[in-house]
Design a protein around this ligand. Structure first.
Ligand SMILES: Cc1cc2nc3c(=O)[nH]c(=O)nc-3n(C[C@H](O)[C@H](O)[C@H](O)COP(=O)(O)O)c2cc1C
Length: 234
């Protein structure tokens, strides 16, 4: 099965098409999507279910100078070797076990291999990782927060909301990259965007039109065969 069937830059025509053509895009053109389209996507995404209809999401839509200032501050923090940022909520396990470790390594090697970045080339790896803090040049950056008093279930609801946004973006001919990288610099993000201490950064998301010429966007991530994780009982 060729992974290339998932590379499609036009608008998704069905839910299946949106799901299949959503990929994490890591290079965008500078074309600004109409703001009413972004607003419509977010509004429709709120139809996501949430336990007892809590609707735990809070979204900051970042463009122009605000986005630029945030990116400059985050890049400076990322480049500062003295700047020891502590994460607030762990997205990844402290101890990696199989099969997750191998999957994580594969996507890393595939990404850096595609870009010609050799294993151990710390400077190039740093520069590529830093592109997270430029929203991969996407003209729209979204920042998602959640109230710190909410429980794990609300994070589950949040994932559904985020997926809705990514699928609706495909319908609008847009692409996205969800970015946990932003939560590593939650102090910088909160200071720049004047976010209340009661909120926790869930993640960021780059939104825009994919740069079709960028090699990095040729990356198609692998999925395990359903036989690996589905058991039909009864
Ligand atoms: C919540 C979340 C956070 C993520 N954070 C990052 C990130 O910080 N930087 C990045 O380049 N990709 C990030 N990703 C993208 C994953 O690497 C990607 O989803 C995975 O490799 C599968 O590839 P695909 O999205 O292209 O299908 C994130 C994905 C999710 C769901």
């Amino acid at each position: 099965m060729s992974d290339h069937k998932y590379i499609n830059y036009s608008s998704a025509k069905s839910v299946t098409d949106a799901v299949n053509t959503r990929r994490s895009i890591r290079a965008f053109t500078d074309e600004l999507p109409p703001m009413n389209v972004i607003t419509q996507i977010i509004e429709t995404a709120t139809r996501a279910p949430s336990g007892t209809n809590i609707q735990p999401w809070k979204v900051y839509v970042l463009t122009g100078e605000t986005q630029k200032s945030l990116c400059a501050a985050a890049c400076a923090a990322f480049d500062d070797p003295e700047n020891k940022h502590q994460i607030e909520v762990s997205y990844y396990p402290e101890k990696w076990i199989e099969p997750f470790l191998s999957r994580r390594r594969k996507i890393g090697w595939d990404l850096y291999g595609l870009l010609g970045i050799k294993k151990g080339d710390r400077e190039k790896t740093h520069q590529q990782h830093k592109r997270n803090y430029l929203f991969f040049d996407a003209p729209v950056g979204l920042m998602f927060t959640i109230h710190r008093d909410l429980a794990t279930g609300s994070w589950l609801d949040y994932g559904m909301f985020l997926q809705n946004i990514m699928l609706l973006a495909r319908e609008a001919g847009l692409h996205t990259c969800p970015q946990a990288a932003w939560s590593d610099y939650h102090k910088v993000v909160k200071a720049q965007l004047h976010i209340d201490p009661s909120e926790v950064i869930v993640c960021g998301m780059a939104v825009g039109y994919a740069d079709k010429d960028a090699i990095v966007n040729d990356l198609v991530s692998h999925r395990e065969d359903v036989s690996e994780f589905v058991r039909y009982l009864g």
